[in-house]
Design a protein around this ligand. Structure first.
Ligand code: NAD
Length: 365
């Protein structure tokens, strides 16, 4: 039976980078795979079509698909519309309704791009860390929330950081499972010194480790120290597991270590049920309105996101490795989109980068 992929290109450069992923999918189909794809609207594109950032029908398709590949959403033209119909609301609904509680963000520095990092080459060369961020709980979703009028000319803004035991357990388990095929080291990050939710996080992580993963290494670090360590000696980490808010910030710090947003993939996974893993794969970057429509976008982050789908959803590890190798070879050859070019290096277009990756895949197959 064919593997069903729902493609949601979204806005800005989303459709441009997704077009290159479609070519990669077609290549795999020409070489023995059986992917069936359907494309639908999300974000501003969906709002323009039917007034919502994702329709119920598209949500049903996303839940039924074997994996969702997502481009990017957003743009200045939708900044002043209602919060619940804004482009980002479509992505939040996908995460919530698909139960995608674990966000995986690898920060891998390709040696060929080590000079594009804001840190010195020796600090980032060979860097390979994985940040596992809790995605459906914590302060972004906790109640009570809102802005209230205090009646004395003052207002009060409230958000609530809240975690239940099961939410911490399941994301910590994901981190250990992923660490098994890496260096078997998990760093749990919170702020137990000033937050009760951090205290609970630390206790639960310690218990999961002792009861289920005692043969692996668990360490704890305060979130502020972790931010500092990420720019001081990033290679000390293997897998970092942390909550929604700290994960948002720490994974963006890790992103810059690798040079460009245009290189960074991510996966968001839910709990496997009846052999089905809810999964959405997307680049870390946004819709990049400043370069949209110009053929300048780097498609590698989205192509690597599809590579993560091969690895995590379809257990096609060899194919995923081949795709990564093809990308490395292209970088080795010196081909660069604008975001990863340095000085007066020549710049290629989005589709030229796609052409080169496909040509490498033909050599490697
Ligand atoms: P952005 O990631 O879109 O762009 C930041 C900078 O990086 C820009 O200069 C852009 O040109 C560059 N860039 C990003 N991706 C690139 C690529 N693939 N190739 C080359 N250069 C690339 O972030 P932003 O400018 O802060 O946000 C733009 C819009 O995207 C906003 O509406 C924001 O809300 C939205 N956004 C969406 C997502 C998402 O869909 N997951 C994530 C972040 C931001």
């Amino acid at each position: 039976m064919a593997t069903n992929l729902l493609l949601l290109p979204g806005d800005g450069i989303g459709p441009e980078v997704m077009a290159q992923v479609e070519r990669i999918i077609a290549w795999f189909n020409d070489n023995g795979a059986d992917f069936a794809t359907e494309t639908d609207l999300v974000g501003g594109a969906a709002y323009e079509s039917h007034g919502q950032s994702i329709s119920d029908e598209t949500m049903e398709k996303a839940i039924a698909a074997d994996a969702v590949i997502f481009g990017a959403v957003g743009g200045a033209q939708w900044e002043n519309i209602g919060y619940e119909v804004r482009p980002e609301a479509g992505l939040l609904r996908l995460r919530k309704d698909m139960g995608l509680f674990a966000n995986l963000r690898p920060a891998v520095c390709f040696d060929q791009l080590a000079d594009a990092s804001s840190l010195k080459r020796e600090l980032v060369e060979g860097l390979d860390i994985l940040i596992v961020r809790e995605l459906t709980g914590g302060v972004y979703f906790g109640e009570p929330r809102g802005i209230t009028d205090l009646g004395n000319g003052q207002q009060r803004g409230v958000n609530t950081q809240v975690y239940d035991t099961y939410e911490i357990e399941r994301v910590v388990r994901v981190a250990f499972e992923l660490a098994k095929v890496r260096d078997s080291r998990v760093m749990s990050v919170e702020k137990h010194n000033v937050m009760e939710s951090g205290l609970l996080w630390k206790d639960v992580a310690t218990k999961v480790h002792a009861e289920e993963y005692a043969d692996m290494t668990l360490e704890h670090m305060l979130a502020d120290n972790c931010a500092m360590q990420l720019v001081r000696t990033p290679k000390q980490f293997d897998v970092i597991v942390t909550d929604n808010l700290f994960g948002d910030i720490l994974s963006d710090i890790a992103a810059m270590l690798t040079g460009s947003l245009g290189m960074l993939p991510s996966a968001s996974l839910g709990a496997e049920k009846d052999g089905k893993l809810p999964a959405l794969y997307e680049p870390v970057h946004g819709s990049a309105p400043d370069i949209a429509g110009k053929g300048l976008a780097n498609p590698i982050a989205t192509i690597l996101s599809f590579g993560m789908a091969l690895k995590y959803s379809f257990k096609m590890t060899d194919e995923a490795k081949m795709l990564e190798e093809a990308i490395q070879n292209v970088l080795e050859s010196g081909l660069r989109t604008g975001d990863i070019a340095r000085g007066d290096e020549a710049i290629c277009s989005t589709s030229e980068m796609g052409d080169a990756i496909l040509a490498e895949m033909n050599k490697l197959k």
